[in-house]
Design a protein. Structure first.
Length: 505
């Protein structure tokens, strides 16, 4: 019997606000001192009252607008009752039946696997986006066999996005999470750093007979904190549930964790239903009038928020591919690295405005070279030298000038690569270095003839090897010449002239 997976995701994201969700304590994810950013409100002292952080609401509305969600005119908060040591109230202020955003979809723009024939990308439908508060953080001290609690995170604004159960495989789930993370960063509503726990994913997965309409038994995998974990956990769970069903055993509705080292899921507890949380309207927060469809009422102006929206990542990708004929892979690299994208765009603009290139129709050649060297040499050097983009010293003007020289055939590719490696660290002007070190390509055939004669005279063994039919000897001589010239010659031209010289002597 063949089974098909039905997958839905719940993604929790800490929002980038100055203060917490319901109090004035700082929302500082980089605070290292435990229990510093706390107050009676986020510690749930008796008599304290929550006040909604309007910036957090704006952030969730901004996200909803970018995903074409239906924005609720009226919304409310609810109490979700459950007990954990790091939840000081004994309940969480969340949203149940009237979230801020419903519906919408997110295109899977970070993978060509989900590109449709018309050039657009497949989308994953969204069920809802709501707002709640985060819990504290448990610190397990294995040395003293104790568990400590840091409440700095308690009360931080937490956005939860829930997809519809329409995802069908592990790759689709991973790409969705990556696309959402990139969108939230672009909107500047969240840093969404998975390593810091600011972006956490939970997977709901069930299997059913292929073609069946009813869902199978749902299993939840909690707190996946890497894209690799999302993909591997789903792959493992599909395999585990398939084996159970094939053996005629039931799949238990439960919450499971993910073990990164063993690469398997493990049972944690039986899965709760909504009724287990005893939801009821939060009595200390009145109905939230978000905006008015018929008048100027409401706390937010959706028109003004819409005006502040940046170009969305999938729109940027489509434009970059159209304007610069970039590959899918290279475009995704730019989208993932804002500093790199800015460097790329500034370089392209400088080259386009270069008058000498325009006259000689070399602008396209320079732009092509700039792309190639950026995605291969520059990124390769950053990786090799173990430095970040912020430590890069070469300016866009200097980089563009170097590519212009190369496009005009004034320098060889060897010289360009060497200068790039040098100026990435030093920040020196490569054009000045070319002039100071005499690195412009030598094209005078009479000058090259003199140097070729010297190389032949100084390397009799290589000449003898060539005369005996060893073709590689020519390349040895070319290498000697290129070293002497510091790369300031065309190796193809040198090979041609050297071969002609050897044939006549």
């Amino acid at each position: 019997m063949t089974y098909e997976p039905i997958i839905g995701l719940e993604i929790h994201t800490e929002l980038k606000t100055k203060t917490k969700m319901f109090c004035d304590c700082l929302n500082d994810p980089n605070e290292v001192q435990p229990n510093k950013n706390i107050c009676p409100v986020c510690l749930a002292h008796p008599g304290t009252l929550p006040v909604v952080n309007l910036r957090a609401v704006e952030a969730i509305i901004k996200t909803g607008l970018s995903l074409n969600c239906e924005i609720a005119e009226f919304s409310k908060f609810d109490r979700k009752k459950y007990f954990y040591p790091d939840l000081p109230k004994g309940y969480q202020i969340s949203q149940y039946d009237e979230p801020f955003c419903r519906g919408g979809s997110l295109p899977l723009f970070l993978s060509g696997d989900f590109k449709k024939p018309d050039g657009d990308y497949q989308s994953v439908e969204i069920m809802r986006i709501h707002l709640e508060e985060d819990t504290g953080r448990l610190i397990h001290d294995t040395l003293h066999q104790a568990t400590l609690i840091d409440f700095n995170r308690a009360g931080v604004p937490l956005m939860e996005l829930v997809t519809k159960p329409v995802i069908t495989n592990a790759l689709e789930a991973r790409i969705f999470a990556q696309c959402l993370q990139l969108l939230l960063k672009k909107l500047e509503v969240a840093d969404a750093d998975m390593e810091k726990g600011q972006f956490r994913c939970e997977v709901n997965i069930s299997l059913r007979e292929k073609g069946a309409k009813n869902f199978g038994t749902k299993v939840e995998i909690k707190n996946l904190n890497s894209f690799k974990a999302i993909e591997k956990a789903i792959q493992y769970e599909i395999q585990r549930q398939t084996q159970l069903l094939q053996e005629g055993k039931p799949v238990i509705q439960e919450t499971r964790g993910w073990d990164d080292l063993k690469e398997c899921t493990y049972a944690q507890r039986l899965k709760e239903e909504a009724s287990d949380y005893s939801y009821f309207p939060e009595p200390d927060i009145p109905i939230f009038h978000v905006y008015s469809k018929t008048s100027s009422g409401g706390l937010l102006d959706l028109t003004e928020i819409a005006k502040q929206m940046p170009e969305l990542p999938w729109q940027t990708k489509k434009r970059l591919i159209a304007d610069y004929q970039l590959s899918e892979v290279n475009t995704d690299i730019l989208l993932d690295k804002p500093e790199l994208l800015n460097f790329f765009k500034e370089t392209m603009t400088i080259i386009e405005q270069h008058q000498e290139l325009s006259k000689r129709n070399l602008s396209d050649r320079a732009k092509e070279l700039a792309q190639n060297y950026l995605f291969t040499d520059i990124l390769g050097l950053l990786e090799k030298l173990k430095i970040s983009w912020s430590e890069l010293k070469i300016s866009t003007h200097n980089y563009a000038d170097l590519m212009v020289y190369l496009a005009q055939d004034k320098i060889s590719s060897r010289v360009a690569k060497d200068l790039l490696a040098e100026t990435l660290i030093s920040g020196q002007n490569p054009v000045e270095l070319i002039k100071q070190q005499g690195l412009e390509k030598i094209t005078d055939s009479s000058q090259l003839a003199i140097l070729i004669a010297e190389a032949v005279e100084n390397n009799p063994k290589a000449v003898s090897d060539y005369k005996k039919g060893k073709e590689s000897a020519v390349q040895f001589l070319v290498g000697q010449l290129m070293a002497k010239l510091k790369g300031a010659a065309d190796p193809k031209e040198l090979t041609k002239l050297l071969t002609e010289y050897l044939a006549n002597h």
